[in-house]
Design a protein. Sequence first.
Length: 145
Amino acid sequence: MVDQISRKLEAVNPIKEPLKSDLLNGKWELIYTTSRSILQTERPKFFRSRINYQGINVDSLRAQNMESWPFFNQVTADLKPLNSRKVAVQFDTFKILGLIPVKAPGRARGELDITYLDEELRISRGDKGNLFILKMIDPSYRVPV
């Protein structure tokens, strides 16, 4: 059902070239995903992140994924445009507990297609078939350099 509604929104996407839009900049809160790794279904509920965020800087082509309590893990990534709405994502640094930096392995990469974007909502689809729905929470946020 969520996928069907998402496809209807994607069909009327007001921003045809999201990678050229300032609306992509800022801090987004993940409100729905089909990604089992992000949902952390293998962990006991107590150890699962409560809220997940993603920061994006279009100008520097950087992204940052952030988990909330209980671990506050983070990962930063370089984005390489493949076309006006799709990026290759190369993760570079994980931060364990938000403090301990660990270099990401070269295989930590993927692709993301931004299929819907407006001032409040973003829908993306990953190269592994996952659906991501995010809401804007802070358009002034920038990924630390």
